[in-house]
Design a protein around this ligand. Structure first.
Ligand SMILES: Cc1cc2nc3c(=O)[nH]c(=O)nc-3n(C[C@H](O)[C@H](O)[C@H](O)COP(=O)(O)O)c2cc1C
Length: 213
């Protein structure tokens, strides 16, 4: 049976809302899991050696290219070996944590994880992205349109690059309990948290049923 690949990127450890919601998913998930914590063990940024290794025959690799290629091989094998994905990617400065972007840059390689001529190898596999944020970015809010995390990940993990079947859970207004300016929005935050945990639990069952079929 293939495994769930669970990748975390919040720097906040157990205090992370994204990780706490992921725990609700994990509590319901039956089956093997491979867990990678990018905050605890960041992967390096993509280097010139890592880029040029992709277009150089392995027998002609410099030591730097060979090392960079070995890391890409390890991460890609881990990515492609999974049947289901769980990503926690909070909003940092309207975007994703740099550790997650570094991981994406290491694993997205033409004709290995994406195809320019047909479906990508992981196309159609279910993926959950949990993205907590301090504010609110939903339709009709003053910050609508400023979320550069979820739309980007829907494109990169999903339809435009890796082809995963992406579902999102977005616990929002997480700063409401501590930011006086957001205090009036505390009930909305609490409702968002309840909905996020509930949806994560439900999706674990849905994804698990699909994986077992
Ligand atoms: C470096 C940093 C940048 C942040 N930038 C934003 C932001 O642009 N918009 C926002 O709504 N919240 C922002 N926040 C708040 C986080 O999104 C919020 O604390 C969220 O709960 C973090 O996810 P986590 O709890 O899973 O770690 C930022 C937090 C940090 C640490």
């Amino acid at each position: 049976m293939s495994y769930l690949l669970h990748i975390d990127s919040s720097s906040l450890g157990e205090a992370s809302v994204s990780r706490q919601v992921a725990q609700s998913f994990r509590d319901q998930w039956q089956g093997p899991v491979v867990h990678r914590d990018l905050a605890a063990a960041p992967v390096p940024h993509l280097t010139a050696a890592g880029i040029t290794a992709r277009i150089t025959a392995p027998g002609r690799h410099t030591p730097e290219q060979a090392k960079a290629a070995a890391l890409q091989d390890e991460l890609i094998e881990e990515f492609l070996g999974a049947g289901t994905y769980l990503f926690t990617v909070p909003m940092y400065n309207l975007s994703m944590p740099s550790v997650f972007k570094a991981w994406l840059d290491q694993i997205i390689i033409s004709e290995r994880t994406l195809s320019l001529t047909g479906p990508s190898p992981a196309a159609g596999r279910p993926a959950l992205v949990i993205s907590a944020r301090g504010g609110g970015y939903g339709p009709g809010t003053p910050r609508e349109g400023l979320d550069y995390v979820v739309p980007t990940l829907e494109a990169v993990l999903g339809r435009a690059v890796l082809g995963l079947d992406v579902t999102t859970v977005i616990p929002e207004l997480t700063m409401a309990p501590v930011a006086p300016a957001l205090a009036p929005l505390l009930p909305l935050h609490e409702a968002s948290m309840t909905a996020a945990h509930d949806k994560a639990r439900t999706l674990a069952t849905t994804f698990g049923t699909a994986a077992a079929a």
